[in-house]
Write a protein of this length. Sequence first.
Length: 313
Amino acid sequence: MRFRLTSLLAVFLFVASACGAATLPTSTPTQQPSPSVAAAAFPATVTDFQNRSVTVPKRPERIVSIGPSITEFLFALGAGPRVVGADDFSDEPAAAKQLEKVGGIKVNFEKVVSLKPDIVLILKFSDGTIEKLAGAGLLVLVVDPQTIRDVARTAILLGRAVGSDGDAMARDIQKRVDDVRSKTSSAATKPRVYHEIDASDPTKIFTVGPGSYIHDLIEIAGGQNIAARATSAYPQFSAEEILRGDPEIIVLAAADYSAKPGQVAARSGWAAINAVKNNRIVSIAPNLINRPGPRVGEAAEAYARLVHPELFR
């Protein structure tokens, strides 16, 4: 991957494209844009996320997806039945769990080739994986959404590459995000938010900064990211910096590997933080919030419900 960080953060970054507290209810079925297949014209020439011009000669009937958000997009676009392989972390929708697996942070090159794909849709890798796949004669399209703006672009790009109506999906995604933004714009306050990614090293805790998908969600939800002035998308903060930021809301992933609300509240000195004093340490489903995929409208509303519950009563 393009970052050599802790293994937990590396997994988060891969999945992103990677907990008393209130927990977002998960019993309600998730909502995705309705699959829509268009009579796309082939050959189709598209520009991917590495600014490579790629020509898809005919509608792909065998697709390999390397990236959980890409896999979700393909199923939402109605191309799920044509996906013959996916990365180890692709688990949404449920049908993705049954696909042949081709590795995760390290791609199983031989497995991908053996599946004889018409196209490989892949996140950005800096370890030569993309070049190696292309060198084997495979058609490779790099699809690596990192921000909210990238999500609509991804829908359009994938739609054109696989022969589905990605333009309609992009409009639907944008409308749902705009609806949330409009609702939170009426809020009287913008609470300070700290979103924790990885605290395995308590002296250098990973959070989200400008240029990250979750930073965008915080702002759409009507909050203020305490790391808004950071110079990277995934900065490291010391505990002292977080204390100085005095977040009014602390957001954690509701996952086995994540810190739990009680553990966070018990950290040395953290009792002085506004969010701890007011019991506003909240958890959210990681597969929903970490992936810049077709459920971004749902993710934006979920985050907004944590930041401004008074607007959703």
